[in-house]
Every structure is written in C-alpha cells, then in structure tokens.
Design a protein. Structure first.
Length: 487
C-alpha cells in the first residue's frame, strides 16, 4: 500500500502541475471569447488547436511511453535517454524544415492561413523537443520540478495573451508594429513560452550522446501502436471540431464550432482529473510491474479512481453553471450547455480506460491498445458524419462519450485474457451507474424544474452530493482509510 500511497502523492503533485496551468489556460477561453472579434474567430482558434493536437501526436510517435518502458529495463536504461532525445530531435528538425517549405500547401489543405501556421509549426516543434526531458523528470519522480516548469509556461503564455490582446492594442503608437489580426496574436503569445520552456529543460540534451540503433528500433516497434492509439485518441478529442467545420453549412460552421468548443472547455474539471491521474500512473505501472502484488495494486488503483471520479463527476455537474460564468465571456456560448454532462461522463470513461490499459502496456502488447483506440476513432468518425447533418454538435458530444465508453469496455474484456487483475466490477459499476444517474437527474431534471442558479437547486445538489459521498464512503471505508492514513 505504501507504493499505492506514493502514487497518489505524486499524482496529487502532477495534478497541481496539470490543474493550475490548465485553470489558467481555461481562463484564456474567457479572454478569447471576450477579446476576439466574434464567435467565428474563436471557432478558427478552436480548429487550429485541433490540428495542433493531431500533429503533436504524430511528432512524438509513441516515444514518451516507449521511454518509460525501456528506461525501467536494466538492460537498456543507460542508453534510453540519449537515444530517444536524438530520435525526436532529428525527426522534429526534419518536420520543421519540410513544414516551412510546404507552408502554402499546408494552408490550402487545412484552410488555415499561413500566417498562423508559421507560429503553430514552431509551437509544435519546441513542445515536441520537451517531451523526453519532461518524461525523464517523471521517471526520476521529480514531480515538483515538473509542476513548477509546467506552471511557469502557462503563467507566461497567459500573461503574454493579456498583454498582446488587451493591453498593447490600447497604447498609442503600438498598433503600427503589432499584427492587426488578433488570432495571430494568440499564437504568438503561445509560441514564446514554448521556446522558453525548451531552454529551461534543455540540460538532458547535453548528456553524452549515444545512439543505439537496435534500441531505437525496439522503441519504435513498441511506440508505433502507441502512436496509433494516440492518434485515435486525438481523433476522438479534436477531429470532431474539424468535421463540424467541414460538414455544417459554411455560414454557421465556425460559429457552431465556437459554441461547441467553448462548452467543451467546461469539462475542464474531469479533464484535469483524468489527465493528472494518467501522468502519475504511467511511470508507476512500469516501476511496479515486477512487484508480486502488482495485479492487486492495479485493481485498487482502478477502484480508487472510480470512487473519486464518481464523486467528482456529480459535484462538477452541480457546479458547472458557476464554472460557465467564470470561463465564458458571452451568453451566446451558453446555448450548448446541454452537451456538458456528456463530455464529463466521456472523460470519466477515458480515465477508467487509462487505468485499465495497464495490461497491454506492461506486457508489451501495445498493438492491442492501438486496436482499441482505432475502434473508438472509427466510431467517432461514423457517428459524427452520420449525425452532424441532423443534430449538429450534439452528435460530436454523443460520439465522444460513446467512443470512450466503448474503449473502456473493450479494454476490460480483452485485458481479462492477458493479465489477471482482480477488479471489483460489481462495486465499480454500482458507483458509475449511481453517479451518472444522479448527474442526469440533476442536470436535465432538477435544473430545469428549479431554474438555473436558484438556491433550491443548489440545496438539492448539495444534498445529493452528501448522499453519494456517504454511500460510497460507507462501502469503501477501508480503501479510503488506507490511502489517507497508512505510511
């Protein structure tokens, strides 16, 4: 249990490293919705970010997870850092050169202006070059350093965004040298911190360089399915915005993408919860794989995630109307609020999927992870293409929730055949059903009946939270006490 408690300690720090920066990033959503010219401009930014996510996955091509796999192997540990650094450095430089040479073609294919792409290419390149240094920190359990640098990056980018969008345009004489396009200013504000972050974490690049070709081949072989899984996840995460733009009528497309993207941002609570858990858990999976009690520990991790996630889901649903006032500057974005519970449930499913994914990661069967993720991506595309013409961005929310739900279930069913993890399925399902039912009844029932933001609504919400916490705590008292008290 000490290892499990250590995991949650580091996950908490990683959570802060994830939560605080993303809270600031979420506040950028309010800045963008308030200071960009219109909804269409915010929709344009949302679409570009979708392309950024896809390219980030392609450029790392599974090397981060491969790094953890071989860094924890005594046979390869000494050469893993330098080999992975050199591999990503070469591929990133090649991408940057090719992308700038073909920037006009890239602009035509994506329908995104080249002036935006020149900054986006640099953002992607420098972010990719920091992937292994950050992974090295996580492998060494330097969660504090990791948290500080991640937070610093977002503080600077947030500050620059405020300066470039709000402060400088109001100064006399500044407009003559400042780009007039506010969307371009958004990407400039994000590019400079990416460069600075790379310079801060550059130290590992000065280790004794040693490139092991055989190790690199093994890492690529291991990482390729992870790449496919990551690409499929990115399709689930961001491709819906691109499809919305392509499928919906041109005169409303970017406005609808803006509403969907803004309301999607309101899922930040569950997004952060799932992401922080993933960041903390991945190196832990490999470091504990040889432990004789590893399978029992994996089962406890999954159950603990569901216990905490079920409570977090409903609590966030109760508070989401408060969050919307904080994050979205403009009531025109609120019309898409009805999709938020679907996205929140989707991220709970995704977090569970991440804990279940241990079976194919520690057994070197990452190809199965690719199969599962590709299946989810196919479902995402099919549902979006089929339903968007009929129900608009609701189709994208349904597709996201369905895809992550499918991935969660399939991973569990396949994992039973490859790794004997004693999951407490009965209670896990009970807590999930209870939390999701409470969330739907509150949001689609009581919220309409009592009125958004009314005192009776929140009294009902608090009462339901107490019931949920009390019920789960009574049944899982032993697990919670172990996590809280044992050293």
């Amino acid at each position: 249990m000490s290892s499990l408690k250590s995991l949650f300690k580091h996950t908490f720090v990683y959570g802060l490293a994830t939560v605080l920066p993303r809270v600031l990033t979420a506040l950028l959503t309010r800045l963008y919705t308030g200071y960009l010219p219109d909804k269409e401009a915010f929709g344009e930014v949302t679409i570009v970010f979708s392309y950024v996510m896809i390219l980030n996955v392609l450029l790392t091509y599974g090397m981060e997870t491969a790094f953890f796999r071989f860094f924890n192997d005594d046979k390869y540990s000494a050469k893993t850092l330098s080999t992975s650094l050199i591999a990503l450095l070469v591929s990133t430089v090649a991408f940057t050169i090719i992308a700038f040479l073909g920037i006009d073609t890239l602009s035509q294919i994506s329908d995104v202006p080249a002036t935006y792409w020149r900054w986006v290419i640099l953002i992607i390149a420098f972010d990719t070059l920091t992937v292994i240094p950050f992974a090295y920190m996580r492998a060494q359990k330097k969660s504090g350093t990791y948290a500080f640098i991640k937070l610093l990056n977002v503080v600077i980018s947030t500050g620059l965004s405020v300066i470039l969008l709000v402060w400088l345009p109001g100064l006399d004489g500044v407009s003559s040298w400042l780009p007039s396009d506010k969307i371009e200013l958004v990407f400039i504000a994000l590019c400079l911190p990416s460069v600075l972050t790379f310079l801060i974490v550059i130290k590992p690049y000065f280790v004794k360089w040693s490139f092991d070709v055989n190790l690199w081949k093994k890492m690529v072989t291991y990482g390729t399915p992870v790449l496919l899984a990551g690409l499929a996840f990115t399709i689930n995460e961001s491709f819906d915005k691109i499809l919305l733009e392509k499928i919906l009528p041109e005169d409303i497309a970017k406005g609808e993408v803006a509403i969907y993207g803004a309301c999607y941002k309101l899922s930040i609570g569950m997004t952060l919860f799932a992401t922080a858990f993933r960041i903390g858990i991945e190196p832990f999976f490999f470091s504990e794989a040889k432990n004789e009690n590893a399978q029992v520990m994996y089962a406890q991790i999954t159950k603990a995630f569901v216990v905490l996630g079920s409570i977090a889901l409903f609590a966030y649903v109760v508070l989401v109307d408060v969050v919307k006032v904080i994050l979205l500057d403009g009531e025109e974005y609120w019309e898409g609020m009805y999709i938020v519970p679907l996205i929140l449930v989707a991220y709970l499913f995704f977090g569970i999927y991440q804990t279940l994914s241990v079976w194919y990661k520690v057994t070197d069967k990452t190809r199965y992870g690719a199969y599962i993720s590709v299946g989810g991506a196919i479902l995402t595309i099919v549902l979006n293409v089929t339903l968007i013409p009929r129900i608009g961005y609701l189709a994208s929310a349904i597709a996201t929730c369905s895809a992550y739900g499918l991935m969660m279930v399939v991973s569990y069913l396949m994992g039973r055949k490859h790794l004997a993890v004693p999951y407490d399925v009965k209670n896990i399902l009970l807590y999930l059903v209870m939390s999701i039912t409470f969330s739907c009844v509150f949001f689609y029932g009581f919220r309409d009946y009592f009125g958004v933001g009314s005192l009776p609504l929140y009294l009902v919400g608090v009462g339901m939270i107490v019931v949920l916490i009390g019920f789960i705590s009574f049944r899982e008292k032993e697990l919670l006490l172990r996590l809280l008290k044992r050293k």
